[in-house]
Design a binder for this molecule. Structure first.
Ligand SMILES: Nc1ncnc2c1ncn2[C@@H]1O[C@H](COP(=O)(O)OP(=O)(O)OP(=O)(O)O)[C@@H](O)[C@H]1O
Length: 273
């Protein structure tokens, strides 16, 4: 059974299909913005090849999600708490968890997150680019998916492939969208509208618009400083956009794909691991 407090935590996974569209930048900055607003937040980097969230936060913790998946450490020992009170479960560099027995590994992660969830409002899950089975599994196990979309046709195509696999293979239909690197809020809305028109014509997907982020060089400059943009450049347009997105997530919420926190509902793992 999943306790009531575990059900209250919102597990939000960031996805995109295509790499380089800003998924990790948005995950890190949203997680920091939520933590700074007093939301008890954990950031889980599920990238087992190129773990960038820790770098963007400017930390270098010794333990990673690999230690949890392989049973060497519980989540509470492997996680790192930043100055903003954000709990980070770092990704691993250069390992592939697909070599571990998946059901056992995923169960260890889910059990650890469920223990933490008693004291959490948000779990933000950053996922690798691509549509590898393990990536799709973690998306489908989260209860809310935020799709990062840019105006490039390749982003459009790969986002479509992600929604297709989520909806057709995993029965996961509710997906919220952030338009990134846009010139204006109007063009962000327009980008979402075009994606919505195509995807909802062919897929059983319920797509919602969460908002947009302007193209802003401060996002890249912040990475060079190994700091989140919301900390390094509080007056930037990107930080204003990220704060709006964090507030929208915290205040209005986005609909879960099916009730409850699926990452934390261990019974769900039996079907997907
Ligand atoms: N709104 C933005 N304006 C300008 N640059 C941005 C914006 N969002 C992200 N970027 C830049 O885009 C680049 C890619 O970002 P990021 O690494 O977060 O992408 P990603 O989707 O996580 O990629 P991958 O999945 O391949 O790791 C970075 O240099 C980042 O600074």
């Amino acid at each position: 059974m999943v306790s009531e407090s575990a059900r209250n935590v919102r597990v939000v996974a960031l996805a995109s299909g295509k790499g380089g569209v800003g998924k990790t930048s948005i995950s890190v900055n949203l997680a920091v913005a939520l933590a700074r607003e007093g939301q008890r937040t954990m950031l889980v980097d599920t990238d087992f090849g190129l773990a960038n969230a820790a770098v963007m936060l400017g930390v270098n913790p010794p333990d990673t999600i690999e230690d949890v998946l392989e049973g060497r450490l519980p989540v509470e020992a492997a996680m790192h708490v930043t100055g903003d009170g954000l709990r980070l479960l770092p990704g691993a560099s250069g390992v592939l968890a697909d070599t571990a027995p998946l059901e056992t590994a995923n169960r260890r992660l889910a059990e650890g997150l469920r223990r933490q969830s008693e004291t959490l409002d948000f779990v933000i899950v950053d996922s690798p680019s691509g549509v590898q089975p393990q990536t799709m599994r973690y998306l489908a196990m989260s209860d809310r998916v935020l799709l990062v979309l840019t105006a490039e046709p390749t982003s459009f195509m790969d986002a479509y492939a992600t929604v297709k696999l989520l909806s057709l293979d995993h029965g996961y239909t509710a997906v919220s969208v952030i338009s990134n690197m846009v010139d204006s809020e109007a063009s962000g809305r327009d980008l979402f509208g075009r994606f919505h028109d195509v995807a909802s014509r062919f897929l059983p997907a319920d797509l919602r618009y969460l908002g947009s982020l302007p193209r802003d060089e401060h996002m890249r400059m912040a990475i060079m400083r190994k700091q989140p943009c919301v900390t390094a450049f509080p007056e930037s347009r990107a930080t204003a956009g990220l704060a709006r997105l964090a507030q929208a997530l915290a205040a209005h919420d986005i609909p879960p794909s099916s009730g409850g926190s699926r990452f934390l509902g261990l019974e769900h793992l039996d079907g997907v691991a």
